[in-house]
Ligand binder design. Sequence first.
Ligand code: IVH
Length: 684
Amino acid sequence: MSIKKTKKIKEDLDYLKNKINSLNHDYYVLDDPKVLDYEYDIIFQKLIALEELFPDLISEDSPTQRVGGKPLPKFETVNHKQQMLSLNNVFYLKDLALYMKRLEKKLSIDMENIKFSAEPKLDGLAINLLYENGILAVAATRGDGATGENVTKNIKTIKSIPLKLIGQSFPKTLEIRGEVFISKKGFQSINSSNNEKKFANPRNAAAGSLRQLDPKIAASRPLEAFFYSIGYCSENFNINSQKQILEKLSNWGFKVSNLNMSVSGISGCESFYKKIYSMRDSIPYEIDGIVYKVDDLNFQKKLGFVSRAPRWAIAHKFPAEEKITTIESVRFQVGRTGVLTPVASLKPVEVGGVIVSNATLHNMDEIIKKDIHIGDNVSIRRAGDVIPEIVRVTKKSKLRKKIKLPKNCPCPISSKIEKEKDMVFAKCTGNKNCPAQKKGAIIHYVSKKAMDIQGIGEKLIGRLVDESILNNISDLYKLNNKILKNFVINTAVREDSGKKYEITLKEKSIKNILKSIEDKMEVKLSNFIYSLGISEVGEVTAKILANKYHSIDKLSKAKYDDIIKLKDIGPVAALNIYNFFNEKSNIDIINKIMNSGLKIINNNKARTNILNNGVYVITGKLKNLSRQKLSDHILENGGNLSNTVSKKTTALIVGLDPGSKLDKANKLGIKIISDDEFYKIIKL
Ligand code: IVH
């Protein structure tokens, strides 16, 4: 083909592509169609026909490339050019006020004069689009913030997303961030179609659709996207505020929420929140709160970040949804320490997109305080991943039945239940003989933060306890090929005789179980102490004990008076620790474990004194290391750990989504640092 002819065809293709892209923008972004559907179809068919004749000239930004391609074998990973951040949350106005006070202090401006971009918090998935020379090159999910999954093919099926930026003025390399979601209507239509999987809520539907390896499936789902920020940008251009960023995004062709608004001060934020909250049901897509972003980019720079979240923005979350349902019955569950937890069986009800049929009642005192009876109507609340709980009784049933603490444990040996007058919790007195407690203790022992023995799950532990193969944690080390094979054969025989056993252990899984125990024959002292499952001894307390006593032997001989003197260990925990090591059966179990060859190492001895005996508290999810590792660094550098913020705290180390500890530290004027800043102090 002559150069001239190729040029002409390219021009024709460009004309058609630009025309369709522009019609798409009118239709999907501006909600303002400029032509009739059949006119659009004619232009589209022309493009298809021309591309079929000249397949070599098909370009990445052609609208015909939105659908199609073969299913991927797996998603490739993509490194974001700039990290994708998260947001810290507040739920209450008083916490928003604390946040504003901090801004006021850091910026030295009266809080009422600080300008914000107030935006709905879309409840979907964050997405990062990379444009090279104005053309969409890669689309990736957020992943861990640094690396996500390459979902370019699926993203291209979203017609409102520009394959090519509008206009001429854009940086050569540019990352655009926003949220992919499915509208409430779209969610209903997916769920009502017969042959499709049912999703719990629009967010799950969006996630499930975006993570389809077959782009044709993604194309069939009503995915939408709004955009709200710029990530990496290869050139400096004249933008001074979040407001201007939103305008720029819109000018480049992105869909931007039409609810975004510029507001001033806490009063402006509050009234925006109230307005959006009141119209929440009429908004066609799910939002779970409001995001306030300090508008001025220079101020943003000045405020910076703590861990993975900016100091210049905060999410003001809507209260968790509440629904009313009926308590049908109440059962009692026994945990590893023998504590009985009353659990209500509810008439199933949908709360926040999930069907809820159980809710914890915490303990008997709670039941009395809230005056809860079987048969009552109650309101149920579910916040995020939290276990649903009963807020209050909304209507007392005429036939209401009192919830009674059982006299005996619901387990097969039905030991007596005990509740002392001033104790909140009722306990099963079966202790080590109660199968429910046995199971709980072993499940805790193998769990991730404890011994982290991976190949053996809850169900299997339950069966092995039922068969009396496991009676306590030391029995794990007795397991061998023969015992497990016999177990398989016995359960198989039982299956024949009508009893249903779901587990059939294959040769390979037997090997895996034994290997995973073998792999964890060396453990840190603090992990081992935590694994013992002593009531009230969490990870931090275990570390404090390890740091003080350096060996199980010394700890087991510690006097109550010495334990209680340790910083941050209260009287109840101290008594539990003392009692635990003064019970012969516990010492026997520990000895058996040691005799099986478990090596306990104490590597938390202080190596430096950089932290000068200061007291450190950790809150939130950490960016770089696990909480355990960070705690190790504190101890190894001559610091102390504590669970609670007090006047004695040297600094609070804050990760993502910090809890109430951050508020307390702010109130007490305690130093707040990110884990990054902490590593700088100890020069990691
Ligand atoms: S800004 C530093 N703006 O919320 C800025 N995020 O909890 C980080 N989200 O990962 C994001 N609507 O998926 C921003 N208007 C909005 C948002 C928004 C929803 C999501 C986003 C982010 C998550 C953080």
